[in-house]
Design a protein around this ligand. Structure first.
Ligand code: HEM
Ligand SMILES: [Ca+2]
Ligand SMILES: [Ca+2]
Length: 300
């Protein structure tokens, strides 16, 4: 059972230490906060928020980070910084899964999004689910039906799904995920002027995977979680195919319109949705373990 302040007796400073680390990292490398938000999605959708995402590839473990769906994910090394600070205060007490959840919560607040009250008490998985990642995390060009049913399968309703995509109000998309909308011809659903801009950001149809070519998601408030995402997609300036679909699909369009009109309503729905996502099917009690190092299973 997850509960508020699960560590109040075993490690009363845990949440404070995590927040302090997340803030320090944000001040040095602002995009770490963006990463913590994406980490929550990619971890929680795969089985649960159980830090399965954080396992590195070693002898008999294949990391979920090697999946194509994890393309562009960054800053994993700084999770170790947060975990080390927590271990120093309370060894073997605070799970990596709760660090994934709380770092996302703190990042959302730092990025100008809502302040969210979050339960804790998650345990860490004893395995990586690399082979299941592609079945569970939607692709950038999946149909809205497929996206909605994947979220629905983990208890996230349509309105909450629309709110979660608001995370694309920060961060970036690499050209690899964009060029199919730009070449050989421009996707007719894309705003023509924005398409021209994106062609300048991504000048060739086959971007060199080693060259870091990307566009920011939101040109107006690129580092703020706000409802500008919905304004962008209503103007057909969403970068991914799923962003465009969200604005036009009859099941989602009215929520998009409401969120575009009202940042307060977006914040409320985003908070609700982040809680649903973060409480999906947790490992609790005797299940799982508390990893010493988030990259590796404990030796037994
Ligand atoms: C249908 C669902 C979703 C799809 C298909 C999707 C897909 C993607 C793709 C393709 C990228 C760009 C990767 C790159 O090229 O570097 C991205 C970035 C991002 N996504 Fe999503 N996403 C979805 C939902 C979500 C959700 C629910 C969240 C969080 C609540 C989220 C948070 C982010 C963030 C923060 C970034 C920017 C990462 C960075 O700049 O480092 N996404 N997403
Ligand atoms: Ca997971
Ligand atoms: Ca924004």
């Amino acid at each position: 059972q997850l509960e508020l302040n699960y560590y109040s007796k075993s490690c009363p400073k845990a949440e404070e230490i995590i927040k302090e680390q997340v803030t320090q990292l944000y001040n040095k490398h602002g995009n770490t906060a963006v990463s913590w938000v994406r980490n929550l999605f990619h971890d929680c959708v795969v089985k649960s928020c159980d830090a399965s995402l954080l396992l590195a590839t070693v002898s008999d473990v294949v990391s979920e980070q090697t999946s194509d769906r994890s393309f562009g994910m960054r800053n994993f090394k700084y999770v170790n910084t947060i975990k080390a600070a927590v271990e120093k205060e309370c060894p073997f007490t605070v799970s990596c899964a709760d660090i994934v959840a709380l770092s996302a919560r703190d990042a959302i607040a730092l990025l100008g999004g809502p302040s969210i009250e979050m339960k804790t008490g998650r345990k860490d998985s004893k395995e990586s689910y690399a082979m299941e990642v592609e079945d569970l995390i939607p692709n950038h060009n999946d149909s809205m039906s497929s996206v909605l049913s994947r979220f629905q399968a983990i208890g996230i309703d349509v309105e909450a799904t629309v709110a979660l995509l608001g995370a694309h109000s920060v961060g970036r998309v690499h050209c690899k995920n964009l060029v199919h909308r730009l070449y050989p011809t421009i996707d007719s659903t894309l705003d023509p002027a924005h398409a021209e801009y994106l062609r300048r950001r991504c000048p060739t149809p086959n971007p060199d995977p080693k060259a870091v070519l990307y566009s920011r998601n939101d040109l107006k408030t690129p580092m703020i979680i706000d409802n500008n995402y919905y304004k962008n997609i209503l103007q057909h300036k969403g970068l991914l195919t799923v962003d465009e679909e969200l604005a036009t699909d009859p099941r989602t369009a009215s929520y998009v319109q409401k969120m575009a009109n009202d940042n307060e309503y977006f914040n409320q729905q985003f908070s609700r949705a982040i809680i649903l996502l973060s409480e999906t099917n947790p490992l609790t009690g005797d299940e799982g373990e508390i990893r010493k190092d988030c990259r590796y299973l404990n030796a037994n």
